[in-house]
Design a protein. Structure first.
Length: 310
């Protein structure tokens, strides 16, 4: 029997203290270049839930079903106190630290994605679901943990989604550079560089706003759970930038490379930020700003945010 593993990443909403719901897989091409055809998956009423596909670490049961053409499942962790490892994984999943699942399955029928490469990535036409695991590294980006409760609140997005948005912005930046280079080479006055520059600027601002919002929500949850009444800490709705600057300014020395990187980012930000003194600067919505300015500012803001989050 050949067991295959297909990974999926995710986020969450609201459920009971020992239950979560997940989308286990999808028909999309995963990061290994393979596809698990959803209509061909056979599954029993329930399968074991493991950690990292380790059969010696069962932590619960999953109850799979097909929903809108994709394999989904409701996961129930072992009752609290029975298994220390199950309690730990449940806590990590509920806290949003672990957002990734993986299906282990037996291959019943497959064909190569590229018929010229029979030993290459496969399309699994028929398979039998054997187990569902929580893992640390996702492969199927289309699949998600779809519902989860945590403490007193419900979160429908989180820092995982901020990271995904940052990745999309990085890819768009690469695309914008390619389009800009092509437009310069062909000299056809293509409007695409400017259009992509505007999209990048909007995405960059959305990423910053979303990250601030999610960090503030996380701090508010932690403060509530720890009963932080009367503590000498700032309110949860503190500006994220100021909080991080204070943390980084707490005596931690920066390397020469970090100093040069900050100086470069400062120059990029100063290149396009509006001038308050004489009004000669260009705001992002100014019709005279170039796509290069927009892209530079968005990249600088992204780099600035990335360093502060890491």
């Amino acid at each position: 029997m050949t067991m295959r593993k297909s990974f999926a990443g995710g986020q969450a909403q609201a459920l009971g203290p020992r239950r979560v719901r997940v989308q286990c897989s999808s028909d999309g091409i995963d990061r290994t270049g393979e596809v698990v055809q959803q209509s061909g998956i056979e599954f029993p009423a329930s399968v074991p839930v493991l950690w990292g596909h380790d059969p010696d670490l069962p932590i619960g049961r999953a109850y799979p079903r097909m929903e809108r053409g994709a394999l989904v499942a409701e996961v129930e962790f072992a009752p609290e106190g029975i298994c220390e490892h199950a309690d730990r994984v449940c806590g990590l999943v509920k806290a949003g630290v672990v957002n990734t699942v993986s299906i282990g399955f037996d291959v019943l029928k497959a064909e190569p994605m590229d018929r010229g490469r029979p030993g290459g990535p496969q399309r699994y036409l028929k398979s039998e679901l054997l187990e569902l695991s929580f893992v640390s590294v996702p492969a199927n980006a289309d699949a998600q943990v779809t519902e989860r409760s945590r403490g007193r609140g419900v979160r429908v997005k989180g820092l995982y989604e901020c990271a995904r948005l940052a990745g999309l912005l990085s890819e768009l930046s690469w695309l914008e550079e390619c389009v800009e280079a092509e437009a310069a080479r062909e000299g056809d006055g293509s409007p695409l560089p400017e259009m992509l520059g505007r999209i990048m600027a909007a995405m960059g601002e959305a990423l910053i706003s979303m990250t601030v919002e999610e960090v503030n929500e996380l701090l508010a949850i932690e403060a509530a759970e720890r009963g932080a009444v009367g503590r000498s800490r700032k309110p949860a709705a503190v500006r994220f930038r100021g909080a991080v600057i204070a943390r980084m300014g707490g005596g931690k020395a920066m390397t020469p490379d970090q100093i040069r990187a900050r100086q470069a980012r400062a120059r990029l930000l100063d290149l396009t930020k509006p001038s308050v003194a004489d009004g000669s600067g260009l705001a992002l919505d100014d019709p005279g700003i170039t796509p290069a300015h927009r892209a530079a500012r968005a990249r600088a803001r992204l780099l600035d945010l990335t360093e502060r989050l890491t």
